[in-house]
Write a protein that binds this ligand. Sequence first.
Ligand code: NI
Length: 226
Amino acid sequence: MIVSFENILTPDELAAMRRQLLAAEWARGISAGPQARQVKKNLQIPEQSAVLRELRTLVMRALNRSPDVMSALLPFKIIPPNFNRYTVEDSHYGKHIDSTLRPLPDGSYLRTDVSATLFLSDPEEYDGGELKIIDTFGEQTVKLAAGSLVTYPSGSLHEVTPVTRGERLGCYMFMQSLIRDTEKRRLLYEMDNSLRRLRAEQGEAQADLVALTGTYNNLVRMWSEC
Ligand code: NI
């Protein structure tokens, strides 16, 4: 399931983030495994960079305040977000599947269930630089407005096609979901979407809605791993 979320960042947050990103130091060829490194050609902010902490806090705050993101992904753990920059010289990231296990700052590991890209440049600012995701649903091409987020199963083959004009700033992150299975996660998301709409129409106290919301919660209880 590919899910997009519009305007995850406010215009002020986006502007502040872009200012910091444009002033940041960037480095080439870090953070990919040995196989992915063969196809990766972009720039990233190094881990020791002072600006990274502030940028990460901003992104995490934006995700946490979105009920839709929480409902679709049911995140258990999220890797501190990273930032990348694709230019005509450092233009692409060829086809790859994200590594399954990623170390967390506390020394434990996270299983990547969901990968996410937060777009930080508008589509008019660059040519190319499309995120292509290939999975059971076929090939999808994604190029969203700055401030919008796309999420997809980490097991999908994907690539960022070469940027041929301008530059593309982005933020990416990996999550371990409470619900490991993509199809179960999709069913819960669809059910919660309907429940949220019905509760808005009919009120929180409607007896059948209370019962169905209980069933939703019990499915999460039955399927969640943490
Ligand atoms: Ni990737």
